[in-house]
Design a protein around this ligand. Structure first.
Ligand SMILES: Cc1ncc(COP(=O)(O)O)c(C=O)c1O
Length: 387
């Protein structure tokens, strides 16, 4: 009797992970360096909160790793996105272009600015925003007047585009930037999933005006919870630092705050963990790429699906590995997810598309057919660097 697809997938995951029995988690942190020492140092010296040597060092290391001139550490990636949007000039009633296939953080950060997410489709090659479909959509609905882009259908300004590098795979950055320039859109990268990934040799998150990273516990490297804002612009960096530290004017004892701002700075304790993790980034990314190549060769004879691989000219950190069914079907996808999870393998569907969430159901949206196909065909499979 031919072996069932669900069992085939289960066996491949167990072989690639090197775990023949018991649970296989989706993604767990990899602590193999100076984590304990640096965290203990914070406790021993009482520098546990938002001031301390590790926060500054962490920012320096992120800047060095990504090539961005400035890195500003934040409490999480969502806070980083919020500040990126404010610094890009997002105002009440603006529309912000963002993929429908993404984690909810970008849409929420847009809402924190009283702006409106405008959902666009993704490319099956990158799983990030599709340049061709974006161009066609903007030709249909947008016009530039006096250097500002407007949605002809709603009358609202379209201020910015938030590009996301899905599961660590870089988007089509050059093409998307050209379109953003053509339509006078501020270019923001949601690089939350993509530390260690590069586009044409340059780290992602370093291609637009501003970008956001996440160091949540499920990411390639973690600070427990944490994020960062990246920019090459000195004035924006200064403003980002001010807005993330309650707008306090620097003074040895005075409490003077000159604007409504946020308590978004990363604590030293978390940054200490992050410094130790960043020291291991290249090793962790190497391990993840080796796992991805094992999956790629194991899945290649399976005719019902494909293992998602990076595009030419980019380097992915393969944060979360994904298989994609050739025939999109929510029933088949859910059946496979049930089998794998019953067998102790943490496999997950992709996010519900943003326009399906109740608070975003009435937002403007382009044709989302590629996102819908991925929603019905994509399964994330275990991706820990320790495998
Ligand atoms: C694409 C994307 N954007 C933003 C975030 C938000 O990051 P955080 O959880 O650190 O707020 C995440 C992940 O959590 C993410 O996957």
């Amino acid at each position: 009797m031919p072996i069932r697809l669900s069992e085939k997938i289960e066996q491949i995951i167990r072989r690639a992970a090197g775990i023949s029995h018991g649970p296989v988690v989706l993604h767990e942190p990899f602590f193999n360096g100076n984590e304990r020492q640096y965290v203990a140092d914070c406790i021993d010296t009482n520098w546990v909160s938002t001031v301390g040597k590790y926060v500054n060092l962490f920012e320096e290391l992120i800047s060095r790793t990504t090539g961005a001139k400035h890195a500003i550490a934040t409490i999480n990636g969502t806070a980083a996105l919020h500040i990126c949007l404010l610094l890009a000039g997002t105002r009440t009633g603006d529309e912000i272009l963002t993929p429908a296939l993404t984690f909810v953080a970008a849409a929420n950060a847009i809402s924190y600015c009283n702006a409106i997410p405008h959902f666009v489709d993704v490319s099956p090659l990158s799983m990030g925003i599709c340049p061709e479909k974006l161009q066609a959509h903007l030709e249909k609905i947008a016009e530039v007047r006096d250097g500002e882009c407007f949605n002809r259908e709603t009358g609202r300004p379209i201020r910015a585009i938030v590009v996301m590098h899905t599961f660590g795979h870089p988007s089509h950055l050059d093409e998307l930037k050209q379109i953003a320039d053509r339509y006078a859109l501020k270019f923001i990268e949601d690089a939350a999933e993509a530390i260690g990934s590069a586009y044409h040799g340059r780290h992602v998150g370093n291609h637009g005006l501003l970008s956001a990273l996440s160091f949540n516990g499920n990411k390639t490297i973690t600070t427990g919870g944490g994020g960062a804002i990246l920019t090459n612009d000195d004035a924006l960096a200064k403003r980002a630092r001010h807005l993330t530290t309650t707008g306090k004017v620097v003074h040895p004892w005075e409490y003077f705050h000159d604007c409504v701002a946020y308590n978004y700075r990363l604590p030293n304790l978390n940054a200490a963990l992050g410094c130790a993790q960043l020291e291991q980034l290249s090793d962790i990314v190497m391990k993840k790429r080796v796992l991805a190549s094992r999956y790629k060769s194991e899945f290649s004879p399976v005719k019902e699906l494909r293992f998602f691989t990076e595009m030419d000219g980019v380097k992915s950190n393969y944060w979360l590995n994904a298989i994609i069914l050739n025939n999109p079907s929510i029933e088949l996808r859910n059946g496979l997810l049930k089998h794998l999870n019953d067998a102790g393998i943490m496999a997950r569907p992709v996010w519900n598309l943003m326009n399906r969430l109740p608070m975003y159901a009435s937002c403007p949206a382009a044709d989302l057919s590629a996102s819908q196909q991925l929603e019905a065909s994509l399964i994330n499979i275990p991706s820990s660097p320790s495998f």
